[in-house]
Design a protein around this ligand. Structure first.
Ligand SMILES: *Cc1c(COP(=O)(O)O)cnc(C)c1O
Ligand code: SF4
Length: 329
């Protein structure tokens, strides 16, 4: 059974909150939040959809969902060791819009748009303006994928690939499925978490109605995200012919304790989603206040290893620029 669709995802997106004062008013946040938030939002604007807002606790500045999206004065502090491109994306360009770092897999930057702006985003300063927009602009990327028979998987990333229209997604998938050596399609998306009504019957059809094995990797960091319409969207995905995985980022003040991480994994499993990665924070400028030490991260994972079934334990990894895989920690 597919879920009923209440309103279009496009109108939910158009109705997303993009104004600091509106966010503060709606949640009844202290006035002291406003000025720093306005300043921090100048370099990376606030975006948060209503569905995500509805899962926050009003009046709580420490709410784990709010912390992921509320601009803070901390973002403006100088942070040695943190930079605009901490993971070496700039050196991994195989063609316009195409990144290749690892054997067998290449990643398409399909759009710079997202339905939410996560303050710790490692691509918060990515030069999306230089990437392809019209379908024709993608030809060099498709040509590079076609020429490299060692590739068997293409990852649609961004930004968030599910921000594309169904038509554009269909166009891209149709091109990819015609490349004989490709076997898998992977979609890296946060929309099922932050804008769950993007998971429509039409989307499921276009993701399943092609010859490629499709893996959807969502991005949730806290069990409080996995309720209501989001829980329904994840169930809908996991009951379709899709493998659904989650990647989370270890974030100070959001999920840096064992109970929170255990509950995240348990909720994901309940919804048919396997925990895949727990990422060490990428050192992107503006995100230093989210950092949890690797030592603390390892302690947390060891605690989880004792508490959870093996399949519910995410791999704790860090992306090191130039390394041939995500480095296990
Ligand atoms: C993270 C990443 C991948 C995927 O790596 P997996 O370990 O297979 O999840 C692929 N390409 C790029 C450029 C990446 O950053
Ligand atoms: S959804 Fe992903 S790409 Fe978009 S802002 Fe959040 S972390 Fe960055």
């Amino acid at each position: 059974m597919f879920s009923p669709q209440n309103g279009s995802w496009q109108s939910a997106l158009a109705g997303a909150i993009r104004n600091v004062d509106e966010l503060c008013d709606r949640l009844g946040l202290p006035d002291a939040c406003r000025e720093p938030a306005r300043l921090a939002a100048e370099s990376f604007p606030l975006v948060v959809p209503e569905s995500y807002l509805a899962r926050m606790q009003p009046g709580d500045v420490h709410d784990p969902l709010l912390r992921q999206v509320l601009p803070l004065g901390d973002e403006l502090l100088p942070t040695p060791g943190f930079s605009a491109d901490p993971v070496g994306d700039g050196d991994a360009k195989a063609a316009a819009g195409l990144l290749q770092k690892y054997d067998g897999r290449a990643l398409l930057i399909t759009t710079g748009a997202c339905a939410v702006h996560c303050r710790y985003c490692f691509r918060r300063a990515y030069p999306y303006g230089e990437e392809p927009r019209r379908l024709d602009d993608w030809e060099p990327a498709f040509a590079a994928i076609t020429a490299d028979e060692s590739l068997d998987e293409v990852i649609l990333s961004g930004g968030d690939p599910l921000m594309l229209t169904d038509q554009r997604l269909t166009d891209i998938i149709t091109r990819l499925e015609a490349i004989p050596h490709l076997r898998r399609l992977r979609i890296h998306t946060r929309l099922p978490i932050v804008l769950p009504n993007r998971v429509t019957d039409d989307l499921l059809r276009l993701l399943t109605d092609n010859r490629l094995t499709t893996v959807v990797v969502v991005h949730a960091n806290h069990a409080n995200e996995l309720v209501d319409d989001c829980a329904e969207a994840l169930r809908t995905l996991s009951r379709a012919q899709l493998t659904v995985l989650n990647q989370a980022v270890l974030l100070r003040g959001v999920n840096d304790d064992a109970d929170t991480l255990a509950e995240l994994s348990t909720r994901l499993i309940d919804l048919g989603v396997l925990p895949y990665y727990l990422h060490q924070l990428d050192r992107v400028s503006g995100a230093a206040h989210f950092k949890v030490s690797e030592e603390r991260g390892r302690e947390l994972i060891e605690t989880l290893r004792r508490r959870l079934p093996g399949y519910a334990l995410p791999r704790y990894v860090r992306e090191v620029a130039g390394e041939p895989f995500k480095t296990p920690l």
